[in-house]
Design a protein around this ligand. Structure first.
Ligand code: SF4
Length: 310
């Protein structure tokens, strides 16, 4: 796929010079959409059980060092990676006072095998002192921030019950680029909501170009058990994208995305296929990947090809 777009693998090789792997750790934090600050049931699509950093009751209480010590040997053996990033993946990993954040980030960085941090969060959970901390760490080591933008379009953000609007993400991206310039920002997006406009993918790519993010990660809309979307889907089914429709979004996005921005993922797989209600193709692993690739190749897709050429 490297010939079509700037892959995450190439970005990691260029950044670290060796095989690099993200090791998931739990911060023991929650989200404003889960603790009642904004809502109690989480964002409409979010099934935290499907995430590899969801430990349930067991394991969440462990210190960061213990989590890393427990997971690293197996990962080293299986993936033959030489470098590792501590990946604070699930929940909102900047949703705490800055003293606690410093403690968990520094604890991860103190592990001899850890070369940097990867921190997942929401655009409305980045206060000034957090941006300062991130920048302080990023001046010394690798820090990437996985920002759950999901959509820049307000009808979709409301439909996904995100609890913030598109302007909030634009402001967060602008503040990150100004206050935390050494932090590598990777924006997460979901395409395929019935509320998406016809130009959602192109518009999102153009906004990410302007924000000078380092990367993007794409997901299709999935209806998973134990989510609000699943309840809605059962009472009043809505359309979800076919693989071909989703591939069109990916194509549109890629062709408008600056070639300097890496793509971490083109689509997601349901980690518990039996708990994915729709679209059915999300239950497959390789078939969607191969089909999207086929479509991109057959259409002569090249990242950034529809941007004004220098
Ligand atoms: S999508 Fe993110 S912010 Fe929303 S409930 Fe899930 S982990 Fe929390």
């Amino acid at each position: 796929m490297d010939e079509i777009f700037y892959s995450y693998g190439r970005y990691l090789r260029e950044t670290f010079g060796g095989k690099t792997y993200k090791v998931v750790v739990s911060s023991r934090l929650t989200c404003p959409t889960r603790d009642g600050a904004i809502a109690k049931d989480g964002c409409a699509f979010c099934d935290l059980r499907g995430s590899s950093s969801y430990f349930g009751k067991q394991g969440r209480g462990d210190a960061i060092r213990e989590q890393l010590d427990r997971r690293l040997p197996e990962i080293q053996r299986r993936f033959k990676a030489t470098r590792f990033l501590a990946y604070f993946q699930s929940y909102t990993n900047t949703y705490a006072d800055v003293g606690y954040l410093r403690q968990i980030y520094e604890e991860a960085l103190s592990h001899p095998l850890i070369s940097g941090l990867c921190i997942g969060t929401r655009p409305d959970c980045l206060p000034e002192e957090c941006l300062e901390l991130l920048e302080e760490l990023a001046e010394k080591t690798h820090v990437s921030l996985e920002l759950g933008v999901q959509s820049f379009e307000n009808p979709t953000l409301e439909w996904l019950t995100r609890g913030h609007d598109g302007e909030c993400s634009i402001r967060a991206l602008e503040r990150l680029s100004r206050r935390s310039p050494h932090v590598h920002v990777c924006a997460h997006l979901i395409f395929g909501s019935p509320t998406d406009s016809a130009t959602v993918a192109r518009d999102a790519a153009l906004l990410l170009n302007e924000a000078r993010v380092k990367g993007a990660k794409l997901h299709q809309l999935m209806v998973l058990e134990h989510t609000e979307l699943a309840e809605r889907y059962r009472t009043r089914p809505f359309s979800t994208p076919s693989l071909e429709e989703y591939s069109e979004r990916v194509l549109e996005f890629l062709e408008h995305l600056s070639p300097t921005i890496y793509l971490e993922r083109l689509h997601a797989n349901a980690s518990h296929p039996d708990e994915c209600l729709a679209p059915a193709w999300s239950r497959e692993h390789w078939e969607p990947h191969n089909r999207i690739r086929e479509i991109l190749l057959s259409r002569g897709c090249r990242q950034g090809s529809r941007l004004p050429q220098p």
